[in-house]
Design a protein around this ligand. Sequence first.
Ligand SMILES: Nc1ncnc2c1ncn2[C@@H]1O[C@H](COP(=O)(O)OP(=O)(O)OP(=O)(O)O)[C@@H](O)[C@H]1O
Ligand SMILES: [Mg+2]
Length: 492
Amino acid sequence: MEQQKHFQPDLKSIPKTEPEDAGHAEGKDGTRKPKGIDFTLKPEELESYLNKYVVDQPEAVEVMATKICTHFNRMRYEIENNISHDQTLGNIKSNILMIGPTGVGKTFIIKLIADRIGVPFVKGDATKFSETGYVGGDVEDLVRELVKEADDNIELAEYGIVYIDEIDKIASSPGHWGPDVSRTGVQRNLLKLMEETEVDMKVPHDLASQMEAVVQAQRTGKAERKKVNTRNILFVVSGAFEGLEEIIQKRLSKRGMGFKSDVGLTPTEKANLFKNTTTRDLINYGFESEFIGRLPVTVTLNELNEESLFQILKNPNCAVIKAKKREFKSYGIELEFAGDALRVLAENAAKEETGARGLLSAVEKVLIRFEKKLPSTGIDKLVVNCQLIENPLEVLQDLTFNHSLEFYTEYFESETGIRLSFTDDAKAMITDKVADKESDTTAYLEKQLKDFIFGSKLMGIEELVVSVEILKDPQLVLDRMIKEAYDKKAQQ
Ligand SMILES: Nc1ncnc2c1ncn2[C@@H]1O[C@H](COP(=O)(O)OP(=O)(O)OP(=O)(O)O)[C@@H](O)[C@H]1O
Ligand SMILES: [Mg+2]
């Protein structure tokens, strides 16, 4: 590890582990702590790591794994060989532009990469920034946040990754957010960051941070280095680029490529068009050419169809399934998904047209009632099958009803040694009674069969079939049964 000495001055080599929650792209606070840097990864190693989690985005995974690996290996090489910045041929950095609709893995892929490499990572949203920084935030805040993510280790932060979503919203075409001048201004500010600039850790208008610097200087007796150089920070920006397809289509059809015009495109056709994106198209979309010039790598992501969504659910690393299982487990309930249920969930999710995001809502929609009810029933296992997905309410009622019957049966047996069973008519009657009065199944049975707890011991029986007659007039039936039992005994 001699070679990495200069690279990670204060960072202890923390053992790398497979992220148990790697599937959880959106961390609780949307941020991650660096775990230790791995700059010796090779593109194919990173690619196969990503392929364990990411479904149906082979091109995006391939390009991103390659370019990001090269970015970090090149920096390692420069440091190992003491190649100063001046000696390198300019500073060509592989900042990346990701184009793709919602829920197809943009944030997921970049977070997995940052996690695997172990560099500080921050995620921002382009719509939050304004040119002056008075409204919303200032693009430089992202770099300051990166330092926080690096536990105030500025040197480490200088090798971090900044990810900015909704970048298409700062294009200056009409119909987009905010006034044009401001959007162009944000592009210019970002451009400076992406190229190379020094970001002051002290926020000019923030009194608190100024005070903090003074206190720090008094305490340590020295003024700390408080500037972050962005030369080696990797920028990844992404967006859905609504409307870009029209620009590409127009260009292609001018060249007689025979693309559909004016007709609604299917999501797959749209995704295929995006694969033809050129710098010119992005400029026509409303980006400054200098801005696009700092983004030499463009990746387009595929639309996820029903089959892809099914594959995501089937993957043992699937975040949605793992998270749901854990939530239920926290109530002591084992959750299981039948294979054909995953198919139906994928089908339902595909209808929402929000990519893999639809999976979460499809699963939530089915399980929400169970999540509320089961924890207070003592039921400790739930199998999600097609029937449950199609008719969750009915299945829940059956499940809780049968569980209550079982619960009461066990109680009755422990009190009397007599095993209960119920006729179908009796079950139907209990269901009706419970539904009418909104009372509990067990409470109803307790009330109706109270006298049987004492009485049935007198009859010397091992089993009791609960019928409608018993439920209607327990006292009458009990008296009769006891009498019959005594008569029988007397005859013997
Ligand atoms: N290709 C994929 N393979 C496996 N899981 C995926 C894939 N795409 C998305 N997911 C799952 O869906 C979740 C949401 O996806 P992600 O956050 O990457 O969407 P996005 O493309 O960034 O969309 P948005 O534009 O809405 O931010 C991820 O956390 C992940 O669990
Ligand atoms: Mg995202």
